[in-house]
Design a protein around this ligand. Sequence first.
Ligand SMILES: [Zn+2]
Length: 232
Amino acid sequence: MAPGTGYWGKQTATVDWCEENYVVSYYIAEFWNTLSNVAIILSPLLMLIVGYKQQHEKRFIYSFLAITVVGIGSLFFHMTLQYSMQLMDELPMLWASACFIYVALMTKSKYNEDNSLLQIALFITCVIITVMYILVEFPEFLQVSYGLLNVTAIVTQLKLMMTVECKKRYFILGLAFYLVGFCLWNVDNIYCHHLRSIRLHTMANSAGILFQCHAWWHILSGFGAYLGLLFA
Ligand SMILES: [Zn+2]
């Protein structure tokens, strides 16, 4: 087997992260980036089941479902590095951010109350971004759009934290997790060369996860988003 090749064949995704491909397994392109999605999937999945049984509000059920879908999409993307799976990772991130905005804006509403106007506005926003991204195929377009939606969600939650009685520590902890994860996402992109060198020369394979910053981004951002929902 040639280095960097494996079961899923030629990479068709438009992005390839810093983790070396098919190093740990012939069947998994980016092993640690794939495995770390378990952290994104399990907590919200558990809350999804608990929330369904205890009849939590629909806005929470949909949001936990959205994070679970993001985790599953991300798992398949990092496992295969195929473009179709990349869309399964990236597009749910947009829709999940829209869910978080909705959850935060509806905090003062009655149990299971709907705001159709807000739903339609967020739905149309996500459809426009989705269609434009599929047409242009620039990862940067998706990253900026996702960033804007996420900043909107965080600012909305911040305003909420200052004006209503809520579990503030969940918000602060969730935001801290998310921001540290985002820093590591940038470190992974900017200092990839150094990270690869560290992994190659100083780390045993089993300890390689320590310098897989994209995998840590998955774990920290997933947990941060999860805590952000508990707070609201
Ligand atoms: Zn990822």
